[in-house]
Every structure is written in structure tokens, then in C-alpha cells.
Design a protein around this ligand. Structure first.
Ligand code: ADP
Ligand code: ZN
Ligand code: ZN
Length: 735
């Protein structure tokens, strides 16, 4: 007898056995390939599962097994490589294989939908157009350019026209003249090897970096290059080599970085189809991109976190840009690190992977220092510009004017009058982080969370940034009815208002989650900045990442202290990275830049090493601290989180897990340490009380041994039916 072993989209951490559908012959059953979608009965419901393997045996009694309903596909949708990767991720992150696959595959594939076949509108020369000489249509330069593109390439897409700064009207004019025609393309673009835009001449360090990558073997390399050092150019040239060898390239970038600019930069360079995968796509677009990658019709995939699972049969290189970025770790449900899965994937495929950053994570830096990763360094800006000097502004004794010190205001004034742009960074959105009653001291708290409510003045609302609930801004104190309500502290909205009052003739633009929620809003603002008029940009970390603003000469960091001294062990690392990244926006081209950092702790050693623009020194300080405490990368962590409407119940489950897992442990054998149950740092969130158990071990295998044990107990524990619990391996934070 042959059994079908399936992954089903349920939270249970196991596979499920079924009998083959009754209408299949034994021979047909033997030919079923892993990766096929199969519809099965599951309790009262029907689910779509994915075939993991055929098996001759089953742990379940034959009589209790049900037959599957139908096999949905002729050919399997996922390569064995991706199935294996998901299987590995499922056991590494202790998450159900069915749910891992659900995360990895486009949503459409999980429904019983026929997958959309894709097509793309492209243009080519008509017979008449083919007769025109090169350099025709001189009197309409844009049309001439479009014609030239058509003469150079067999056919072109809208994206390619856009990257040549042409619009639909220009190509339409050629169509109207009978010189070009449009058609629907279902096939790969003919040539992927010719460069559209010439590659830059690499400087010696870039050259060295490119030459150090061996395309034939697995190797993880850290491309450790200061902001503006030309990391992207290194990626582009590595990808070029990869395409020349007939292979595909996968590039991961942080969520925030996926601006049309990034895409345009790749599109300008390569005449090949580039598929993008990010959260802004519809299900259909996602499925199309997935298929293009899988059928090798897209040679390059650029995407955010979940793109790491894209099936690419000829994958030749993986690049993770801004590898330190928090968005590569999914923080809910399947809590995976796309960077770490990328490394595993490259290892399995025996291909190179490049992790790029100006501020590498401590884990990656440590791996590079200890020789596990190749350490490639770029320590000069590619344009020849100097890194901007950082200056600490001691705000302990100087009177702040709505959050700004006099030195900072006069520096802003100076830059604006010289026609430059200024960037003001404050990592807090909203108008003010606190609403306080001056008569009785009442502070507006979220009723569902251990958190203060943020004032959003323009919307006249109070909002919780942790559970998203909101209320109208009150006119009087709910406790003492006084009208003396005071907005304490500064957020982006308030800084914007203050600056606009102080600089009434200058454009002040705010860039944060509230002002960029509209589609294209971010891009519109970025375009505006690129026009080069003097302006002041105020924003959160959205401004920090990846942008290249040539006219920004002054960066102001309003409050450096918040995260540096936070309770979370990664707080200082994250804040340091953010400061260096924000500072890196200044003086990127011909105009020299400067950075001013307001702080209450100007003597702190962390800040002093950052001020010298010495991320390396800063990172070494942090690494020494981590070593003493046995924290990552010197030890390995996992958190078991539990939440419930009562804290006691959540803690009770964790206590039981801890005790049971200790019962079976041999006292002489080394084992992972268990800390807790403890209330989570933010104990109450969205109306639920949260507790956690922290596992810490010197080696991954010890960590995983104990973790597996705990998960096995939890899955059967009666309390686990009402207490929600989850596992986070290599947590990004302790909250
Ligand atoms: P990073 O990705 O390290 O922040 P970029 O790749 O964006 O840096 O490069 C910063 C600037 O330097 C860009 O304007 C880029 O065109 C330019 N650049 C990069 N490499 C070179 C080079 N070899 N020669 C001249 N300019 C370069
Ligand atoms: Zn009051
Ligand atoms: Zn809340």
C-alpha cells in the first residue's frame, strides 16, 4: 500500500497521511511527485495540502485513514529544493510545515485557483519601422529615443521605457505613425546578457570584492562598506557575471527600500525581466512573479523578506542588502529570518551569498571576524565624498526650543540660506508621545496595553501605537476635569509644525508611516527632494534607509538616547545602526555634510565611538558585553511566549512546560538554561497579558533539544487549548 504524506495548513507541527484518491491507478499513484497540491477532507472541512512524499508505511491504522479527494496539478508546483528548505525551516523554527509552506508560496496557490498565465504588453518595430535608418525622427527627440531603443532590442516593455525616462505617449506616437506595434508577450526576453547601461569602473576595493566572490561554490561573504561606498555597484556587477553564466539572481532588500528607484537602477543596467515581490502586490501579481521566476522568465528577483522562498531553478547568487535590517525577521506567526534561511539556501545549492551593510549585525560581524564568513570591506565613499563629521550637542543645560537646541536651529538656518537641504530625524511619529494633565498629573494610557497614548494633533486623536486603537483627543482631564492638558515630548508631527513656523518660506516635508500610507506618496516626496530645492525633511527611520539625497548637507538627530539605553539587549545595537545610517544621508556627493546629534549623555562610550563614525569600535564594545552575558552571538536564544486574558494562566502554562521538560533531563548532562516564566516587558498588549520563558544555550543543538521537548509537551498540554503560545527562535527582541 502507498500512503500520501501531506503538509496541511494547520498549526499542528506534523505531517498527515492519506490514502490515494480512489480513482487513481497504482501506477498513477507511484508517479505522484512531491510538491503537487492535493485536496483532502479534514474534519468537516476540505483543505489543500502539499505532497511531501509517498510512503509504504503509516503510523496511523490503515482503517482510520481517509482517501484524498483529488490531485490538483499535473506537475508539481514547488521544486524539491524549496520543499526541503521549508522542511528545514519548519524544524529549525518549530513551526508547522503546512504553515511554513503557506508563508512561502503565493496565496493563490493555496486556493484551488488555476494559476494565472501571465502576459506582458511589449512593443516592437513594424515592418515600416524596420525600414527607418538609425537616427530618424530627429525633430521629436523623445520619439527618436524610443525608436532607437526598438532598433537596439527586439522588443521592449513599459518598465524599460520608463527606465529610459520615456512615457506611454512617446511609444504611442510611434504606434500611431505605424512605426511600432504592440503585442502580448508570453515568453522570456530574448537576450539577458547585453548591458543596457555600461557598468561603472570599479575602484580597487570594489574590484577586490567582486573578484573575491567565487560563483562556483557556497560561501557567505559580508560586504562591509560604509554608506555610499558603492555596495550596490558591486551587487550589479556580481549579478552581471551571474546572468552571463545563464543563471538567476535573488536580491533581498528591506521592506522600506523597495522604491521604484531601486528597481529602476537594476532595470537601467540589465535588459532582462526583473520580477519584484513585496507586500504591495495583489495575489495575482505575486503569483505571476513567482511563475516568471520559476520558469526562468525572470532572471532577477528583487523582493522583501518572503521572496527568499522564490523558486528559481537556475539560482546562481543570493544578495541580502542591509542585512542588519529588522524587517528580514518576521515577528509574528512563522518567526523566521530571511537572511538565515538565505544562508541555508545558498549552502544547499552550493552558491555564493553576499550580505551587505554599512552597519552589519553583531552576529554577522562576529562570523566574519571569526573567519566563518569572508569579510570584504569598502571604507571609502565611491563618489570620493568624505563621511560627514558627527557632533554631539549636549542638551542637559541648554534651553531647547520645542525640542531643538539653539546650535541646531542656527545650523539649519545656515544650510537653508545656502540653498541646501536638511534632514531631521526623530524616531517617534505623532505629535507628542504623552498627554498629561497639569493639574493632577494624569497621563493618558491605553486601556488595552501597558503603554501611553500618542497625541496625533492634526487628526485630533489619541492613538496607541501598539494595538492601533484610537480615541478623540479629550478636551478635559477624565480624572479632575481640568482643561490644563499638556502635550509632552516631541514626535515627527510636532517637529514638522515647529520647523514650519520657524522657517515659513521653506518646504517642510514629513516622512513617516502616517504621511506615506497613500500609494506613491513616498515616491512623490522623494522625487520632490531630488529636484534639489532647499527643504527640510522630518521623519522617522523611513528616512534612514538606502536613500541617496545629493543635496542634503545637514542631518540632525533630535534624540539619540532613547534606544541606546533600552531594556532590550539589542536596543543599543539597533540604535547605533540607525544613527550611522541616518548620518550616512549627509554629504553623499559633491557638497560636504555634517551631522548634529542632540543627547543628554554626551560622555557615554557608545555615543563617543559612534561620533567618531566608528561603527566597528562601537560593535566591538557591544560584542564584549554580549560575550560576558552569553548573549548572541556567544549563545543562542529562544523565547516561548504565552498570552491570555489572565497573566496567571499564561504563566501557569509556561511553568508547567519548564517543569515537565526538566523531569526528563539528566542532571549531569549539559542543557539549555531556562529563565522564567516572567511577565513580558510590555505585559499587557491589546488586552492580553503576556508571559515568557527564555531558553539560552551555548550551542544550537542544546537549544533545539530542549525546545523540541518543550514544544512536544505544549502541543498536548490541556492549558495550551486556552492559552495562546508561540515559539521564537533567534528572537529579534524580547518584547
Ligand atoms: P551604497 O550602496 O554602498 O550605499 P551606492 O552603490 O548607492 O552605495 O553608491 C553611491 C554612489 O556612488 C552612487 O551614486 C553610485 O553611482 C556611485 N558609485 C558607485 N560605485 C562607483 C564607481 N566605481 N565609480 C564612480 N561612482 C560610483
Ligand atoms: Zn487632571
Ligand atoms: Zn494599546
Amino acid at each position: 500500500m502507498t500512503y500520501l504524506r501531506l503538509a496541511l495548513p494547520t498549526p499542528l507541527r506534523r505531517s498527515f497521511d492519506y490514502l490515494p484518491p480512489a480513482d487513481l491507478s497504482p501506477e498513477q499513484v507511484q508517479n505522484l511527485q512531491p510538491g503537487l497540491r492535493i485536496k483532502v477532507p479534514f474534519g468537516p472541512r476540505q483543505l489543500i495540502g502539499i505532497l511531501l512524499e509517498l510512503s509504504d508505511t503509516s503510523a496511523v491504522d490503515h482503517g482510520k485513514l481517509k482517501p484524498a479527494i483529488a490531485v490538483l496539478d499535473q506537475h508539481s508546483l514547488i521544486s524539491p529544493h524549496i520543499l526541503k528548505l521549508c522542511d528545514w525551516a519548519s524544524s529549525y523554527y518549530q513551526y508547522s510545515i503546512g504553515e511554513v509552506l503557506s508563508n512561502a508560496l503565493p496565496t493563490l496557490m493555496r486556493k484551488q485557483a488555476e494559476l494565472p498565465s501571465y502576459s506582458e504588453t511589449r512593443w516592437r518595430l513594424s515592418t515600416e519601422g524596420k525600414g527607418l535608418p538609425a537616427g530618424a525622427l530627429k525633430r521629436a527627440p523623445k520619439q527618436a529615443l524610443a525608436l532607437q531603443l526598438l532598433q537596439q532590442h527586439s522588443d521592449i516593455s513599459m518598465a524599460e521605457l520608463t527606465s529610459a525616462e520615456l512615457g506611454r505617449s512617446h511609444i504611442k506616437a510611434l504606434v500611431d505613425k505605424g512605426l511600432a506595434q504592440t503585442f502580448q508577450s508570453h515568453s522570456p526576453v530574448s537576450s539577458v546578457t547585453d548591458l543596457k547601461e555600461a557598468a561603472l569602473t570599479l575602484n580597487p576595493q570594489q574590484q577586490q570584492a567582486v573578484a573575491s566572490i567565487d560563483h562556483q561554490h557556497f560561501q557567505c561573504s559580508l560586504l562591509d562598506g560604509i554608506t555610499g561606498s558603492g555596495k550596490t555597484e558591486v551587487y550589479l556587477q556580481l549579478i552581471g557575471q551571474c546572468l552571463n553564466a545563464g543563471k538567476q539572481a535573488l536580491v533581498l532588500i528591506p521592506e522600506i527600500g523597495l522604491t521604484p528607484q531601486t528597481l529602476a537602477r537594476f532595470q537601467r543596467r540589465f535588459h532582462c525581466r526583473i520580477a519584484t515581490l513585496h507586500s504591495g502586490l495583489t495575489d495575482r501579481e505575486r503569483a505571476v512573479a513567482w511563475q516568471q521566476a520559476r520558469q526562468q522568465q525572470a532572471a532577477i528577483v528583487i523582493g522583501t523578506r518572503s521572496a527568499i522562498f522564490t523558486d528559481m531553478p537556475a539560482l546562481g547568487i543570493i544578495i541580502i542588502d542591509e542585512e542588519h535590517d529588522g524587517s528580514f525577521k518576521q515577528q509574528e506567526g512563522f518567526r523566521y529570518s530571511a537572511r538565515d534561511i538565505g544562508i541555508k539556501r545558498a549552502f544547499e545549492l552550493n552558491i555564493p551569498i553576499v550580505l551587505g551593510s554599512a552597519t552589519p549585525s553583531l552576529e554577522t560581524l562576529y562570523n566574519a571576524q571569526s573567519g566563518r564568513y569572508q569579510h570584504l570591506q569598502l571604507n571609502q565613499r565611491a563618489t570620493g565624498a568624505a563621511l560627514p563629521p558627527l557632533q554631539l550637542i549636549d542638551t542637559r543645560n541648554s534651553p531647547l526650543q520645542n525640542g531643538f537646541s539653539p546650535q541646531v536651529l542656527s545650523a539649519i538656518h545656515g544650510e537653508i540660506s545656502s540653498g541646501n537641504q536638511v534632514l531631521v530625524f526623530i524616531n517617534r511619529r505623532g505629535f507628542a508621545p504623552t498627554l498629561m494633565c497639569n493639574s493632577c498629573g494624569h497621563i493618558a494610557q491605553c486601556p488595552h496595553c501597558d503603554a501611553r497614548l500618542t497625541v496625533h494633533y492634526r487628526q485630533r486623536s489619541l492613538r496607541c501605537h501598539h494595538c492601533d486603537s484610537q480615541w478623540p483627543l479629550p478636551s478635559h482631564c477624565p480624572d479632575c476635569h481640568s482643561h490644563e492638558l499638556d502635550f509632552r515630548g516631541i514626535g515627527t508631527e510636532r517637529s514638522e509644525q515647529v520647523l514650519q513656523q520657524l522657517f515659513p518660506h521653506t518646504d517642510v516635508m514629513r516622512i513617516d508611516r502616517d504621511t506615506t500610507s497613500r500609494k506613491n506618496a513616498m515616491q512623490d516626496m522623494v522625487d520632490e527632494v531630488h529636484k534639489g530645492q532647499p527643504c527640510i525633511l522630518v521623519g522617522t527611520q523611513m528616512l534612514a534607509k538606502g536613500h541617496h539625497f545629493p543635496d542634503v548637507t545637514l542631518v540632525v538627530i533630535l534624540d539619540a538616547d532613547g534606544g541606546l539605553f533600552s531594556a532590550d539587549f539589542r536596543g543599543p545595537e539597533k540604535t547605533g545602526q540607525l544613527l550611522i545610517q541616518v548620518a550616512g544621508r549627509a554629504g553623499r556627493e559633491t557638497k560636504p555634510g555634517q551631522v548634529m546629534v542632540q543627547t543628554l549623555q554626551p560622555e557615554h562610550p557608545f555615543l563617543l565611538s559612534l561620533v567618531n563614525n566608528n561603527y566597528q569600535l562601537f560593535a566591538q564594545q557591544l560584542l564584549r558585553e554580549r560575550a560576558v552575558l552569553g548573549l548572541p552571538p556567544f549563545g543562542h536564544l529562544a523565547i516561548i511566549r504565552a498570552d491570555h486574558s489572565s497573566l496567571a494562566e499564561a504563566e501557569q502554562l509556561l511553568q508547567a512546560l519548564r517543569q515537565h521538560s526538566e523531569l526528563h533531563q539528566h542532571p549531569q548532562q549539559p542543557q539549555a538554561q531556562c529563565l522564567g516564566p516572567l511577565p513580558a516587558p510590555m505585559t499587557k498588549k491589546a488586552g492580553r497579558f503576556r508571559a515568557q520563558l527564555i531558553l539560552q544555550a551555548e550551542t544550537r543543538s542544546l537549544l533545539h533539544q530542549r525546545l523540541q521537548h518543550i514544544v512536544a509537551i505544549a502541543e498536548k498540554h490541556p492549558l495550551a487549548k486556552k492559552v495562546r503560545w508561540s515559539v521564537d527562535v533567534d528572537p529579534a527582541d524580547m518584547y
